[in-house]
Design a protein around this ligand. Structure first.
Ligand code: AMP
Length: 632
């Protein structure tokens, strides 16, 4: 396994390492579970690396002359090119031959040395998980990096003891992670919109996949041609946090208040609170921003999503200006796919603006912070010849469905359906007054949720209270030609809707599909029995409730024989249901089915009396109305 090639996203703010093995591409977390390493390095007084990561970033204010952040901005650049340094970190000075270097205490450190410290930390993390030290890596860089910047990245890798087998463009990596360029597909134009914390990049790529009969694999970089790039190296989510902070400050201190007049403590606290609120508003409609103005004193203000979006509008527009420029430079081709990269693309308003400009739905299935590292790992696997058994497909390899009450699976699209395809199913609720519905999207052939692969969960919220069974939930599954699944749900009575996108084949190998499929054959009989038991329990519970309610409403109008037989059947079924819920194997499904039917038969009279009573009360109500209308 030592020939394994890992993928590394060496970022301005954060860096990640990933590997693509038989489980597919995945991020390698550190021993403590951290998936992202802050690209900050602190040196000790003698110039040795003291700390790398979040600890160095958070401590930067305390050790400003010994901490280097955002070294990537200076990689392979001359000091005369000048760019801003983050405040509170070691400054850049002119080194040998006009090169940019960092003044660390009374020494200097080159951007390559700083990057090497970050790379070495990532490789040490990987060594811990893999059990050996990976020696070869694919490392990503922005598409606009020139030869000098790419060479500096290679040098950084060698300093860290890594052989940089390929320097890969970040947008190409994102496209590889999304499986773009599969053999046999047609040529596509892809826009990669990358909005992180401090930088914005837009890249347009043309992808020409190999012919289907060619054994060449997706992932050969020769298939990807960069048509144009544009961006802003000082535009990112951090700027939005500051815009938000300025707005809130004007709310509390008047239109002339400026952020710079606050104490450093309050300013940092306010900006950090704004970032938290901004992230919260990507999954809720409103929040409260709380920041500390002095020791023990907190100030708070509510903030809702429309306000955030109106503050963000000019900031988003700055990204669109760059997008239009890149698009024009590429000759304004039709965009087939829009890929979203970088944490700030979690904002709905950002996604909508990019989608409206490029006139295509954005792909958001993969974590926007991880997609570049994952793509680098895919490229690494191709280079080491490991990617051979990954799935290349034009059918849905495993059935797709949703979890229903009791942990059963309702399949919506069956396996081996050719793509693109779509299907719709109707569902309802099982509890009265449910104001939200959780939709759990799953994949696999088995009948119970415990035995299938979980793909995504999302919530439909804000449903007005209705009795169980009344909401009409339409769930639509759409699989596009690239295998991307979009699941949308709409509650028809209230019009509330929500959606999620996933790549169901992500990280799935051919062998895994086969084993999931054969498991369903082996367990078919047992699965059917368990699924039937769940359905019986759910339906018996509903019967017990409805018949119980109807009986108590009309008990006085029923003959003794009916009430006695309903009570007996109710008791018998309740006991069986309770037992089955406790231990499904202790109850025979046929026995449960018979008990349910016995209750249904015993309650026929209850329904007749109940319907007659309802009709009578409706007639009385109708009379009341007409009387009323006559008097007015
Ligand atoms: P990156 O540089 O790609 O790690 O992106 C970091 C940026 O993404 C920071 O400015 C974060 O505040 C921002 N970010 C992360 N999650 C969200 C979210 N849910 N909504 C809006 N911005 C986010």
């Amino acid at each position: 396994m030592t020939e394994m090639v890992v993928g590394i996203d060496l970022g301005t703010t954060n860096s990640l390492i990933a590997v693509c093995d038989e489980r597919g591409p995945h991020i390698i977390a550190s021993e403590s579970g951290r998936r992202m390493l802050s690209s900050a390095v602190r040196y000790d007084d003698s110039g040795r690396v003291e700390s790398v990561g979040m600890d160095a970033r958070l401590g930067a204010a305390g050790y400003p002359t010994r901490t280097v952040m955002s070294a990537k901005r200076w990689m392979g650049r001359a000091f005369s090119e000048r760019c801003d340094d983050p405040t509170g970190a070691a400054p850049c000075v002119e080194g040998l031959r006009g090169r940019a270097v960092f003044a660390v205490g009374n020494m200097t450190r080159s951007p390559e040395e700083v990057a090497a410290a970050v790379l070495a930390t990532l490789v040490a993390d990987a060594e811990h998980l893999l059990g050996f030290r990976p020696k070869r890596a694919v490392i990503t860089v922005p598409a606009y990096f020139d030869d000098g910047q790419r060479q500096a990245t290679r040098d950084a890798a060698r300093l860290a003891g890594i052989d940089p087998v390929r320097i890969l463009n970040e947008p190409t990596a994102a496209a590889l992670a999304y499986g773009v360029g599969r053999p046999g597909a047609s040529t596509e134009t892809i826009a990669v919109y990358d909005l992180g914390g401090g930088t914005f990049d837009i890249s347009l790529l043309e992808v020409t996949p190999p012919a289907k009969d060619q054994q060449e694999l997706a992932g050969d970089e020769g298939l990807f041609r960069v048509l144009s790039t544009a961006g802003d190296t000082h535009l990112g989510g951090d700027d939005l946090d500051v815009l938000l902070a300025r707005y809130l400050l004007r709310q509390v201190a008047g239109s002339n208040a400026v952020l710079e007049s606050l104490s450093p403590h309050e300013r940092i606290s306010l900006i950090a609170a704004c970032e938290t609120a901004k992230c919260a508003l990507s999954f809720q409609d409103q929040t409260v921003v709380r920041w500390s103005i002095s020791a023990g004193h907190i100030r708070s203000l509510p903030l809702d999503r429309p306000t955030l979006e109106s503050i963000a509008a000019p900031w988003i527009e700055r990204t669109l200006v760059a997008c239009r420029r890149a698009w024009r430079d590429a000759g304004s081709p039709a965009i087939d796919r829009l890929l979203m990269v970088g944490g700030s693309t979690r904002l709905d308003a950002v996604r909508h603006a990019a989608a409206a400009l490029f006139q295509t739905e954005p792909s958001t299935a993969l974590d926007p912070d991880e997609v570049v590292a994952l793509g680098a790992a895919v490229q690494g696997a191709v280079l080491s010849g490991k990617r051979r058994d990954l799935l290349l497909l034009d059918v849905v390899p495993l059935s797709l469905g949703v979890e229903t009450v009791g942990g059963a699976v309702a399949k919506v699209i069956m396996r081996n359906t050719s793509i693109p395809t779509q299907a719709v199913e109707m569902f309802s609720t099982s509890v009265d007054g449910q104001s939200k519905i959780l939709i759990h999207v799953v994949q696999g052939e088995r009948e119970l949720v415990a035995d299938v692969r979980s793909l995504a969960r999302f919530e439909l919220v804000g449903i007005p209270p209705m009795p169980a069974g009344i909401p009409q939930l339409e769930v639509r599954f759409v699989v596009d030609a690239n295998g991307m699944l979009q699941v949308s749900a709409v509650e028809r009575r209230s019009g509330r809707r929500a959606a999620v996108q996933v790549l169901p084949t992500y990280g799935l190998s051919a062998a895994e599909v086969e084993s999931m499929d054969s498991a369903s054959v082996v367990h078919a009989r047992e699965d059917m029995r368990r699924h039937r038991m769940i359905d019986l329990i759910v339906n018996a519970r509903l019967d017990l409730r409805w018949i119980g309610e109807a009986t108590s409403r009309v008990r006085d109008s029923l003959d003794r024989e009916t009430t006695e037989s309903v009570d007996r059947a109710t008791q018998e079924l309740s006991l069986l249901v309770a037992r089955a819920e406790h231990d499904p194997d202790s109850v025979d499904a046929d026995e449960l089915h018979r008990a349910k039917e016995a209750l249904d038969r015993a309650s026929v009279r209850v329904h007749e009396v109940s319907i007659a009573a309802s009709l009578k009360s409706m007639a009385a109500e109708a009379g009341g109305l007409s009387n009323e209308s006559r008097t007015t």
